[in-house]
Design a protein. Structure first.
Length: 104
């Protein structure tokens, strides 16, 4: 299983292929890292992608459904991706998710 984190300050960032990760999964994880960090809307967002036998699990937060769908489409179009599992959450600038209320 290859993990890639896009926040450079993350202490869990993996920069070398983890033991047990196939070279194909690691190459795909690196392509995803490049895609995420190049995206001006997502480049600074805390995001993680886990690749296991071509299945990509996305974790982190997006601002809206449009960003979520765009990201799923871009990653799903990469050669070698079998499926994209979406575990992302919505977070706006105030940190309140869609459909949530905040009491002051």
């Amino acid at each position: 299983m290859a993990r890639v984190y896009t926040t450079p300050e993350s202490s869990a960032e993996v920069t070398a292929r983890p033991a047990g990760a196939t070279s194909q999964d690691w190459q795909l994880a690196e392509e995803i890292r490049g895609l995420l960090t190049a995206d001006p809307k997502l480049g600074n967002a805390p995001m993680a992608a886990v690749v296991n036998n071509g299945v990509v699990t996305l974790r982190g937060s997006v601002r809206n459904e449009k960003d979520r769908e765009r990201l799923r489409q871009q990653i799903g179009a990469l050669p070698g991706v079998q499926r994209v599992d979406d575990e992302m959450e919505f977070k706006n600038l105030l940190g309140v998710g869609t459909g949530e209320a905040k009491t002051y």
